[in-house]
Ligand binder design. Structure first.
Ligand SMILES: *[C@@H]1O[C@H](CO)[C@@H](O)[C@H](O)[C@H]1NC(C)=O
Ligand SMILES: *[C@@H]1O[C@H](CO)[C@@H](O)[C@H](O)[C@H]1NC(C)=O
Ligand SMILES: *[C@@H]1O[C@H](CO)[C@@H](O)[C@H](O)[C@H]1NC(C)=O
Length: 350
C-alpha cells in the first residue's frame, strides 16, 4: 500500500521521485510492513494488536519470528507465507480464524512453533501440516475443533508440545499421538471426552506415555453417565469396557469372554484384541495365588506349632505325674523298711 502511494506521489511530482524511491529503498531494505515493528535486521516482526484483518503482504524475507497475535485475521489463504521461507515461529493466537487453506503453511520448511490458540477453528484438513516436518510446538487450544484426523503429519519426529485443550473433542485416535514419537507435553483437558470403549486404546497409550516421563493435564470424561466427571486414567481397567472386535472371526469368541483359553488364542492373531483385553488381569490372579499360599502356609505352621506345644505340655505333665506316683509309694516304704530291717538287724545282736 505504501509503495502504491509513493508511486502515485512520484508520478505527480518529478522532483520527489528521488526522495520517494530512496524512502522506498530504505523501507525495502528494512522491509517492515506498515504498522508492524521490526527488530534485529527484520528477523523479529511484531504485528500484534494492530487490528489486522489479513496477513500483511509485504513481510521481509529474513523474518524468523512473526507475531500476529490479537488481531482479527479471519482466514489464511494458500501460500500466505511464501515470502518468509525462513520463518521459525509463527504466532496467530487470538484471531478470528475459522478456515485455513490446506496449503496455508506451504513452504514453511523451518517452522518450529505454530500457535493457533484462541481462534474459531472447527476442523483441520489432514494435509494442512504436511509441509511442517520440523515442528516442535503446535498449539491448537481454545478453538472449536470437534475432530482431529488420524494423521496430521507423516512423522513429527521433533514435536514435543501438542496442545488441544479447550476444544470440542470427543475422541482422539492414538495413531495421531503415535506419529509424535518425541512428544513430552500433551494438553488435553476441557474437551467433551466420550469415555466409551474407543478411548481405551488412548488410555493405554497415555499410561505408557506417563510411565516414560511424559506430562499431560489428563482427560476428564464428559460422557457416558457412569464416567461423567471421572478422570480417564483413574478408571480401573477391570471396570472399563473394551470394544467388541470388528473382525467377524474373533467376535464370537470375544463374546464368550470368561473363557481364558479363547483369550490366549486371540492374542497372537489379533493385536487389537490383546490391546483391548484387560492386560493387568493376570496380575491380580497371581497376587491372589500368592496371598492364598502365604495364608495356607501360615495356618499349617500354626497348627503344627500348636500340636507340638500340646505334645510338649502332655509330655511334661505325663512325666510329672508318673514321677509323683512312682516316687511316693516306693521311697517311704523302702526307707522305713530298710531302716526297720537295719534297726531290727542292728538291734537283734544288741
Ligand atoms: C484478543 O485480541 C483482542 C484484540 O483483537 C483484545 O482486545 C483481547 O483482549 C484479546 N484477548 C485476550 C484474551 O488476550
Ligand atoms: C500460544 O500463545 C498463547 C498466548 O500468547 C500462550 O499462552 C501459549 O503459551 C502459546 N503456546 C505455545 C505452545 O507457545
Ligand atoms: C529434528 O531436529 C534435529 C536436531 O535439531 C534436526 O537435525 C532434524 O533435521 C529435525 N528434523 C526435521 C524433520 O526437521
Amino acid at each position: 500500500m505504501i509503495s502504491g502511494d509513493i508511486c502515485g506521489d512520484s508520478a505527480m511530482k518529478g522532483e520527489l521521485l528521488l526522495l520517494s524511491s530512496m524512502i522506498f529503498l530504505l523501507q525495502g531494505a528494512r522491509g517492515c510492513p506498515e504498522n508492524c515493528q521490526c527488530h534485529s535486521s527484520s528477523s523479529f516482526v511484531d504485528c500484534s494488536q494492530r487490528g489486522l484483518a489479513e496477513i500483511p503482504a509485504d513481510l521481509p524475507a529474513p523474518t524468523l519470528w512473526l507475531n500476529l497475535q490479537d488481531n482479527q485475521i479471519r482466514q489464511i489463504p494458500a501460500f500466505a507465507f511464501r515470502s518468509v521461507p525462513q520463518l521459525m515461529t509463527l504466532n496467530l493466537a487470538n484471531n478470528s480464524l475459522s478456515h485455513l487453506s490446506p496449503a496455508a503453511f506451504q513452504g514453511l520448511q523451518h517452522l518450529q512453533v505454530l500457535n493457533l490458540t484462541q481462534n474459531s477453528l472447527f476442523s483441520l484438513d489432514n494435509t494442512i501440516f504436511h509441509s511442517l516436518p520440523g515442528l516442535r510446538e503446535l498449539d491448537l487450544s481454545s478453538n472449536s475443533i470437534s475432530h482431529l484426523p488420524t494423521s496430521l503429519s507423516e512423522d513429527w519426529e521433533n514435536l514435543t508440545v501438542f496442545a488441544v485443550q479447550h476444544n470440542r473433542l470427543q475422541h482422539l485416535d492414538r495413531a495421531l499421538l503415535e506419529s509424535m514419537p518425541s512428544v513430552k507435553l500433551l494438553y488435553l483437558k476441557d474437551n467433551i471426552w466420550k469415555c466409551n470403549c474407543h478411548l481405551l486404546r488412548l488410555k493405554l497409550w497415555l499410561e505408557k506415555f506417563i510411565y516414560k516421563g511424559g506430562v499431560t493435564d489428563g482427560i476428564v470424561c464428559r460422557s457416558p453417565d457412569p464416567w461423567k466427571g471421572e478422570k480417564l486414567l483413574a478408571i480401573p481397567h477391570e471396570l472399563y469396557q473394551p470394544c467388541l472386535l470388528p473382525s467377524p472371526d474373533a467376535a464370537p469368541s470375544w463374546a464368550q469372554q470368561p473363557g481364558s483359553a479363547h483369550r490366549g488364542a486371540l492374542k497372537p492373531t489379533e493385536s487389537h484384541g490383546s490391546e483391548c483385553e484387560l492386560k493387568p488381569k493376570p496380575r491380580p490372579a497371581n497376587l491372589r495365588h500368592a496371598i492364598a499360599t502365604v495364608v495356607i502356609t501360615g495356618v499349617v505352621c500354626g497348627i503344627m506349632c500348636l500340636m507340638m506345644l500340646a505334645a510338649a505340655i502332655y509330655g511334661c505333665a505325663y512325666a510329672a505325674i508318673t514321677a509323683r506316683y512312682q516316687g511316693r509309694p516306693l521311697a517311704p516304704n523302702h526307707e522305713p523298711g530298710k531302716t526297720e530291717g537295719k534297726e531290727l538287724f542292728d538291734s537283734s545282736p544288741a
